[in-house]
Ligand binder design. Structure first.
Ligand code: ADP
Ligand code: MG
Length: 292
């Protein structure tokens, strides 16, 4: 392709708030078969809100919320903000934590009032040898509604199930539909559990949901799609998404996301509108047509 024509395409993208790092990205975008979206913060607002708290012995409602909020005060995860906001609205103040640890893709842990407290997903509990069977049905009920259900444990015993709900971005459904109309397969990739992810994927009419993926494994999933012959764009916003963005044929970073994601992306969506993924692909295809 002629560099001049490609630069015209790059210039058009820039005018539309789609920053394209180099003409070769336009060439790849034309051949794209698959767009993989990160869920939280990309397809959903990434601002979950506390919706349910079910104490299961050992703790009452306020104690459970105080323990969870105390741990989350040390975390920067969107889920942590949901818990902290929920606690604040109930007038519950977090208390000091010793030995705080954030476990990526799992949750948080530490000592509160001298008690060993864990807060996170099923994986975190199972890793600590805590049996979650007694709350399985409750978790599934929340997850079927697209909520993320987390578990609180205190001194080795389950203390509560806490659920939060994120909101789907209104423009996301339009983006997914338009991509499918372009003949592009749409995949959602998330560290959240399969039930919650499937409920959200269904609402967005997404072809394929890949869930329960640890942050460190997201890049491997992209590589597997490529090995299956797909030309893959990955759309994400978070620090955790950077390796997957770098592995994809095209990494697309949402402008409002982390600096790491933006540094890694081959395309940056300045307006943070996922519909611009479609605009970018259409632009690439139109540019390549003028060259051929
Ligand atoms: P995503 O792919 O949605 O960005 P992550 O990989 O960051 O998700 O996290 C996956 C799962 O791990 C979350 O859905 C949650 O169950 C659990 N988790 C991670 N961090 C936290 C935290 N700070 N507090 C509670 N749970 C957490
Ligand atoms: Mg994320």
């Amino acid at each position: 392709a002629t560099p001049a024509a490609l630069m015209v395409g790059v210039g058009r993208g820039a005018q539309a708030g789609i920053l394209i790092r180099g003409g070769e990205i336009l060439e790849k975008a034309e051949r794209l078969t698959t767009v993989v979206f990160d869920k939280t913060g990309t397809l959903t607002r990434g601002e979950p809100a506390l919706t349910d708290l079910l104490p299961c012995g050992h703790c009452d409602h306020d104690q459970a919320l105080r323990l969870a909020a105390s741990l989350e005060a040390g975390s920067e995860h969107p889920l942590a903000e949901a818990i902290l906001r929920g606690a604040k609205e109930t007038g519950i103040a977090p208390c000091a934590v010793q030995g705080f640890e954030a476990v990526p893709g799992h949750g948080v842990r530490g000592l509160v009032d001298g008690r060993e407290v864990l807060f996170g997903n099923r994986r975190l509990m199972e890793g600590a040898g805590i049996d979650v069977a007694s709350v399985g049905a409750d978790m599934e009920r929340y997850q079927a509604d697209g909520k993320t259900a987390m578990l609180l444990a205190c001194d080795g015993e389950l203390a509560a199930v806490i659920a939060v709900a994120d909101t789907i971005k209104p423009e996301a459904l339009e983006a997914v539909r338009a991509l499918r109309a372009e003949g592009v397969e749409v995949v959602m990739l998330t560290g959240d559990n399969a039930r919650t992810a499937t409920a959200i994927g269904r609402a967005l009419q997404i072809d394929r949901v890949i869930a329960d993926v640890l942050p460190s494994d997201k890049a491997r999933v992209i590589k597997e799609l490529q090995q299956a012959g797909k030309v893959v764009a990955m759309v994400g916003d978070g620090v955790n998404d950077a390796p997957a963005l770098a592995t994809a044929d095209i990494g697309i970073a949402i402008g409002s996301g982390s600096d790491v994601a933006k540094e890694t992306g081959g395309i940056i969506l300045v307006r943070s509108d996922v519909r611009d993924v479609v605009t970018g692909i259409r632009l690439s295809r139109a540019t390549m047509r003028t060259i051929k």
